[in-house]
Ligand binder design. Structure first.
Ligand SMILES: [Zn+2]
Length: 496
């Protein structure tokens, strides 16, 4: 690598040269796709980046043409999302200012271009090359925005970070190499990091073709990170063995690369999925989260059990599953926090039930909206697989919960459900059930009141039994209240 950069200096991009920094590695793969492995000049690199990151907005501007002495239109351009959030380089005009009909114009249209910078002699922090380096900024490495917050992710960020020209170019190119899922002012940048040939495949098959229709890759769009990861995984899962409806081969391949099917010999390690969530501000942006998810295979095994179970009772089980997760939105407040917490628990193989309980009491009750058909089956399977709750216990909870909810509705005894929800100790739980027995003339199944060692019922902590009972009862109550359930479950989009 020469130390003096001139226009005749040439660089070679090889996708297989990895830095270990996911953002830059993705960018290198993108550049290798466009530039090949032949030596290229700085202006070729610049042109490639401009073509990837800058596009016409569809609007016209005017400049004053000195040859014709007239105002001439030009196509306005801007940074392509998501680069526009991070790159704040404005268009510059080389023309002079003139005043025509009392308004300011330039004598040449403004030009927009990425800045690769001149740099000074040093060592590149990403690839270790001794070369001209420049300080990296958020424009080419968004993770640098808050070094202290993300220092664990990129340990060397504690001191400044310097990049050579190829790494700078890769930093810019990565904006074109990630999937961009947006909701309002929030953007999720999804990166797939693995070996170069895997990343090149994902770029060709998924990122590039879906760049302008990322909504097809997610079951729903939310403002938070985990719900978006789950929304993407649900879509990838849905397309794994789809043969009847048109499958998306790209998503099948992505599933294989994520390790959903037993690894082929060539596939040493599945791709890692990394999501950066940022929010556009009037001036600049905030990076909220960097999230990494490595093991969707376990969740996919559960997904297949959901499919199997729903196949037996419902049509179109794939969209049933997507809707079951999509529904946890407080529409009045446009708030997807519950959905995100449920998604987070499911991704981390923890207990999502307390959030479903809260959603039912705090949101669904107000909106008069029972759970989507199939939801209880889905979470029953989850509780069985992940939380090791026995099927016998679940059946008992389900059928008693249903009777409890119906009776509370018929006898206008909603207070029983509230007391059950608020039970904080096993004693309170037993008292509420005892109370329900008398007030609603219900027989309590003995299993639900048989507390054993460690305050467990059939090996399950009493609180989890209470929570699931609350969910069943409340859902039955809402169903009884709302006889037009069908209208709710049909005809509502999941993309919110
Ligand atoms: Zn470098």
């Amino acid at each position: 690598m020469p130390n003096r950069v001139t226009e005749t200096t040439k660089w070679v991009f090889r996708g297989e040269q990895q830095t270990g920094y996911p953002w830059l590695d993705v960018g290198r793969v993108v550049l290798a796709e466009y530039l090949g492995t032949r030596p290229v000049t700085r202006s070729e690199i610049q042109q490639t980046l401009d073509s990837l990151l800058i596009a016409r907005t569809g609007n016209k501007g005017y400049y004053y043409n000195q040859q014709t002495n007239r105002l001439e239109p030009y196509d306005k351009v801007n940074w392509v999302p998501p680069a526009d959030i991070f790159i704040r380089i404005p268009g510059r005009s080389t023309g002079k200012r003139v005043i025509v009909h009392g308004r300011d114009y330039r004598t040449a249209p403004p030009a927009l271009t990425v800045s690769l910078g001149a740099g000074r002699n040093g060592t590149c922090d990403a690839c270790g090359t001794k070369a001209r380096v420049r300080d990296a900024g958020a424009a080419m490495m968004p993770l640098l925005v808050n070094p202290s917050k993300f220092a664990n992710f990129y340990p060397s960020l504690r001191r400044g970070f310097q990049l050579c020209l190829p790494c700078t170019a890769a930093g810019y190119a990565a904006f074109a190499g990630c999937l961009h899922v947006a909701r309002g002012s929030t953007s999720h940048l999804v990166l797939f990091h693995g070996n170069p040939s895997q990343m090149a495949m994902v770029y060709r098959l998924v990122v590039q073709p879906y760049r302008h229709m990322p909504e097809r890759l997610v079951a729903f769009r939310g403002a938070h990170t985990e719900e978006t990861v789950l929304a993407l995984l649900l879509r990838v899962f849905a397309h794994q063995e789809l043969t009847t409806d048109a499958p998306e081969p790209a998503l099948q391949t992505l599933g294989a690369l994520l390790g959903l099917v037993p690894a082929e010999p060539a596939l040493v390690q599945p791709l890692r999925l990394i999501v950066l969530t940022a929010e556009r501000r009037t001036r600049g942006f905030d990076v909220h989260r960097v999230y990494e998810y490595e093991s969707p295979a376990g969740l996919y095994a559960i997904y297949r059990r959901w499919l199997e179970a729903l196949h037996r009772i419902r049509d179109d089980p794939r969209s049933r599953i997507e809707r079951a997760f999509a529904q946890f939105v407080d529409r009045a407040a446009n708030d997807t926090r519950y959905r995100n917490e449920i998604a987070r628990a499911v991704l981390e193989a923890r207990d999502p039930l307390p959030w479903i309980e809260s959603f039912l009491f705090d949101v669904a009750l107000r909106a008069n909206r029972p759970l989507e058909t199939g939801t209880e089956e889905i979470f029953a399977i989850y509780a069985n697989e992940v939380l090791e709750m026995s099927e016998a216990l679940q059946r008992t909870i389900g059928s008693f919960g249903w009777r409890l909810g119906r009776a509370a509705h018929a006898q206008r005894e909603f207070g029983v459900l509230y007391s059950l929800r608020n039970a904080r100790t096993p004693e309170q739980y037993l008292r509420v059930l005892n109370d329900a027995q008398f007030r609603l003339s219900l027989t309590i199944p003995s299993l639900l009141i048989s507390l054993h060692e460690g305050e467990r019922i059939e090996g399950t902590p009493w609180l989890r039994v209470k929570t699931l009972l609350c969910i069943s009862a409340m859902n039955a109550y809402l169903r009884a209240k709302d006889n037009s359930v069908q209208q709710h479950t049909e005809g509502e989009g999941t993309d919110e």
